[in-house]
Design a protein around this ligand. Structure first.
Ligand code: NAD
Length: 490
């Protein structure tokens, strides 16, 4: 039986420490319902300690004064250590998050890649010189904010933490990161990699606590300068209210209800495979999941039949055994998903596959679900389920498909399935979303900017654009002579 370390401490000021209150949070394996580990439960006093460490490190200017190419090299070291620990990380992601070992290993490698990608950009973030005539020199400096408070969700804790920590380090900010209380373990490997790489103490602090006390204390702390939040709309709104008091800049990466539009000319089998991966990967617990498919009315029967067959072909069980459909994170999440499915059926949607919890397994499994005959006013068509549940809606005219896709409060991703380039461009232009996928859901990667419109949030993570969220432009205007066009003595 494969196991992970039984107890994980907070990482503050370059040291592994217990929570001052001595409390712990139990971590459950969602595939078995068993407690597999404990982590220190950080509360306000621990947040104070971590923010003080991050503040002291920032004020020392140790990261800022470093030549950026050396800061980048330090980040390559973090990546190297993450890669060396990839198998351990994979097991942690498997046991405390429910992923397969392959999925966990992919997480580890993606996290390492964030450090190499942004490490490589650390020396390429440049200001500019602004011409004001011979009597002046004027230039801009991309300046760090200071202490970046970062809060991550449970679905991809490691990758999401890595992308925010890497951007902060590349731009010489310091970090206090709160891990998600349901699956924090993999984030501690970032701390371990930073420690082994020799990152200055206090530059990266990682602790875990509940949102209502630890998370709330962090975002309200008077000594933070910047917030990066990834999670639900409701929590994002609450954090924004707190941030408004001190006018703290925020990056908000929130939820989604993303739709793919299947046009008549599309390769249907390709669209079905892409849709299945878009909604069933990680049991649908993906902010950018393709939770809606919008199809021509005449094709609904064929598409639903094929999707249902695909859903029924997936094996369901623990990630450690390599199943296709792994558990959702908790009993509460499974109850919520099943409740939304029941409500959808009552509202008139037809479950062509799934629609309920799976079997008598002790873990939290949901059957891969496909709902047909979904109409836009149904809750299942409008609200994020965050589970393996696809809603199929129909259209007759292309404009109607665009209106359906854009017709929710969210705007994270959208997709188009077509063989016609003109149709793809036309639709991509009209879809209201931070990113549009054509003929492959999740097309893109670490290099491509990612983020929301509308209630899916604002700011961009990933890609070069993300770095712009971690700096503020300072302009320096210098009068260099007493006039006379720069002539000595002028
Ligand atoms: P959540 O909002 O419940 O929790 C996210 C984090 O916020 C957790 O660490 C939690 O402890 C913390 N938190 C809760 N209340 C807080 C408070 N008052 N103050 C400060 N922190 C608080 O979200 P979740 O259930 O963990 O994650 C699922 C949601 O995240 C979904 O809506 C999903 O779409 C979204 N998500 C978005 C992205 C993205 O990049 N856009 C990525 C992954 C997940």
């Amino acid at each position: 039986m494969k196991e992970i370390k039984k107890y994980w401490q907070s990482y503050i000021n370059g040291q592994w420490v217990d929570a001052q209150g001595g409390n712990r949070i139990e971590i459950e394996n969602p595939a078995t319902g068993q407690i597999i580990a404990e982590v220190s439960r950080a509360q306000k006093e621990d947040v104070d300690q971590a923010v003080a460490a991050a503040r002291a490190c920032y004020e020392s200017r140790v990261l800022y004064n470093m030549r950026p190419t050396n800061r980048g090299a330090l980040m390559f070291e973090i990546a190297r250590h993450m890669t060396e620990m990839a198998d351990e990380i994979a097991l942690a992601e498997c046991l405390d998050n429910g992923k397969t070992l392959t999925g966990g290993k992919n997480e580890a490698m993606a996290a390492a890649r964030y450090f190499t990608y942004y490490g490589g950009l650390a020396d390429k973030l440049e200001g500019r010189m602004i011409p004001l005539g011979a009597d002046y020199v004027d230039y801009t400096i991309p300046s760090p904010f200071g202490v970046s408070a970062q809060i991550v969700p449970w679905n991809f804790p490691l990758q999401i933490a890595a992308r925010s920590v890497a951007c902060a380090l590349a731009t010489a900010n310091t970090v206090v990161l709160k891990s998600p209380e349901l699956s924090p373990v993999s984030t501690y490997f970032i701390a371990e990699a930073c420690h082994r790489a020799g990152v200055p103490k206090g530059a990266v602090n990682i602790l875990c606590g509940y949102g209502h006390d630890c998370g709330a204390a962090l975002v309200a702390h008077p000594d933070i300068d910047h917030i990066v939040f990834t999670g639900s709309v409701a929590t994002g709104q609450s954090i924004l209210r707190t941030a408004a008091d001190r006018v703290i800049p925020c990056v908000m990466e929130l939820g989604g209800k993303s739709a793919g539009i299947l046009f008549k000319d599309a390769d249907i089998d390709q669209a079905i495979n892409s849709t299945a991966s878009g909604i069933f990967s990680h049991a649908g617990q993906v902010c950018s999941a393709q939770s809606r498919l919008i199809v021509p009315s005449a094709l609904q029967a064929e598409v639903v039949e094929k999707l249902a067959a695909k859903a029924k072909s997936l094996s369901i069980g623990p990630g450690i055994d390599g199943h296709d459909m792994t558990p959702v994170i908790s009993a509460a999440q499974a109850d919520k998903i099943e409740g939304m499915c029941l409500a959808a059926s009552q509202a008139g949607a037809e479950a062509a596959a799934g629609g309920r919890k799976h079997g008598d397994l002790p873990g939290h499994f949901i059957e891969p679900t496909v709902f047909a005959n979904v109409t836009p006013e149904m809750t299942i068509a409008r609200e994020e389920v965050f589970g393996p549940v696809l809603s199929v809606l129909t259209y007759n005219e292309p404009e109607e498909a665009i209106a359906l896709a854009n017709g929710t409060d969210y705007g994270l991703c959208a997709g188009v399935y077509t063989k016609d380039l003109a149709t793809a461009h036309w639709a991509a232009d009209r879809l209201i979303a931070g990113q549009v996928f054509v003929n492959e859901w999740f097309a893109g990667g670490i290099e491509t900017p990612f983020g929301g419109t509308k209630r899916s949030g604002y700011g961009r993570e990933k890609g070069q654009e993300a770095l712009l969220n971690y700096v503020q432009t300072k302009n320096v205007g210098i009068r260099i002579t007493g006039g006379g066009g720069g002539r000595p003595g002028g």
